[in-house]
Design a protein around this ligand. Structure first.
Ligand code: ADP
Length: 173
């Protein structure tokens, strides 16, 4: 028999903007939670994109959406993701790969992160075929046009999303 995998004692980070969290993210977080002892969903304060929700709102929605996953915690963070991973005692960062288009950017980030922190691994999980088309941006676009996003986001996201889209002045986070 193979030696039991020590990774079950380790912590991994699932970093991202989660603006808002989608079923695609949840699928990756759930599978990561089966591979590691603990998962920290690390919600980045500012990503290099225009965000609809504040950090507190994104953290709150993610917390509710992950409530049924016992070894998953959700935290907001600022600054370099590898530094945050080290602070939290994580050994890995988990990223979802949807399509070839994700690969180039993710590869670049993984190599840059390795330069900054050689002991933090980047682990890529292949997106579920049901969610390869799914992104937070697409959800926001669809919802803004009155489309049905019920099956694309956790229940905790629906109300905040429609509320936010009703009030254009609230969209400048
Ligand atoms: P997005 O790329 O949708 O704006 P984030 O910045 O929040 O989302 O991404 C965080 C992580 O989640 C990234 O590794 C991204 O590749 C992954 N991810 C996002 N959407 C999906 C999906 N539908 N399936 C699998 N992984 C995903």
């Amino acid at each position: 028999m193979a030696v039991p995998n020590e990774s079950l004692e380790h912590i991994a980070l699932c970093p991202g903007a989660f603006d808002p969290i989608t079923e695609g993210h949840i699928d990756i977080i759930r599978r990561a939670s089966e591979m590691f002892g603990g998962i920290i969903v690390a919600v980045a304060e500012s990503a290099d994109k225009k965000l609809l929700f504040s950090l507190a709102e994104r953290v709150q929605m993610a917390k509710e959406a992950c409530r049924d996953l016992p070894n998953v915690e959700v935290h907001g963070f600022q600054g370099l993701v590898v530094e945050y991973a080290q602070q939290q005692g994580a050994i890995a960062m988990i990223k979802g790969l949807r399509a070839v288009s994700d690969f180039e950017r993710e590869m670049q980030m993984a190599l840059m992160n390795r330069r900054q922190a050689p002991h933090i691994h980047t682990v890529f999980l292949v997106a579920h075929s049901d969610y390869t088309f799914l992104s937070s941006s697409l959800v926001k676009e669809l919802a803004a046009l009155g489309g049905d996003v019920k099956e694309l986001v956790p229940a905790a996201v629906l109300e905040p999303l429609y509320e936010k889209l009703k009030d254009p002045s609230a969209q400048d986070n």
